[in-house]
Design a binder for this molecule. Structure first.
Ligand code: PEP
Length: 247
């Protein structure tokens, strides 16, 4: 089974106004020669404008969350179908900021993943342990349970990625050592193969947590790392391109 094409996805979180589309355009303009798939996941308010601004470029657009239902009385939420309709082709699900700040469980992440598939979106499902869990020696068990609980069987015939994002590395400037990243990614790979058979070998396992141009090459060339989910460093085109070029 050939290795999946690396994916570098930028998570803009709750940042960005219409003027920020210039950064997205600068990313698109700087992609010549890259071998990675590149995605930007802006706030839902920017998806349609970004899709228009990046039309004809290879940059994919993703949402940062979706509701598990296709429509209904869910004030303030966004359905996967609405993301797709606005121009998204991917969606980040189960980010630790959603799990911690909005009480998202593995079961809810799995339901959202099903919703994404129904809408034709490619899910990027996030998992990762807290610092307390790592210190207690529970990182592998926590991540394995999250992978098992958050990935529904319906993913079997569909493209998707898993993003390993240790909670303590997100936005902190801290990163695990390369052997620590590899240990978790190998464990995720084994779980993917257990869940999906040979198809589990073709799933890109992204690393996320304080990736920046200066550490991207080492992280992206680590065993079983198939790309990156990038927060802060994706907001500036020059930094994001520095990461993309490290693939
Ligand atoms: C993220 O929020 O997905 C993330 C990885 O953030 P940062 O790169 O800023 O640590």
């Amino acid at each position: 089974m050939t290795a999946p094409q690396p994916l570098i996805a930028g998570n803009w979180k709750m940042n960005g106004l219409a003027a920020s589309l210039d950064e997205a355009k600068a990313v698109a303009a700087g992609l010549e020669g890259t071998t990675a798939r590149v995605a930007i996941c802006p706030s839902a308010t920017l998806i349609a404008q970004m899709a228009w601004a990046l039309k004809g470029t290879p940059v994919l657009i993703g949402g940062q969350d979706c509701h598990a239902e296709a429509s209904g009385a869910y004030t303030g939420d966004v359905a996967a179908e609405q993301l797709a309709d606005a121009g998204a082709s991917l969606v980040v699900l189960g980010h630790s900021e959603r799990r911690a700040g909005h009480g998202e469980t593995d079961a809810l992440v799995a339901a959202k993943t099903r919703a994404a598939l129904r809408a034709g979106l490619e899910p990027i499902v996030c998992v990762g342990e807290t610092l307390e869990q790592r210190k207690a020696g529970e990182a592998l068990a926590v991540v394995t349970a999250q992978v098992r609980g958050s990935l529904p069987p319906e993913l079997a015939d569909n493209a998707f990625s898993v993003a390993y994002e240790p909670v303590w590395a997100i936005g902190t400037g801290l990163t695990p050592t390369t052997p620590e990243i590899e240990e978790v990614h190998r464990t995720i790979r084994a779980t993917l193969i257990e869940l999906f058979g040979a198809a589990g070998e073709a799933v890109a396992i992204l690393y996320g947590g304080s990736v920046k141009p200066s550490n991207a090459a080492e992280i992206l060339h680590a065993d079983e790392v198939g790309g990156a989910l990038v927060g802060g460093a994706s907001l500036k085109a020059a930094d994001f391109l520095g990461i993309i070029r490290a693939v």
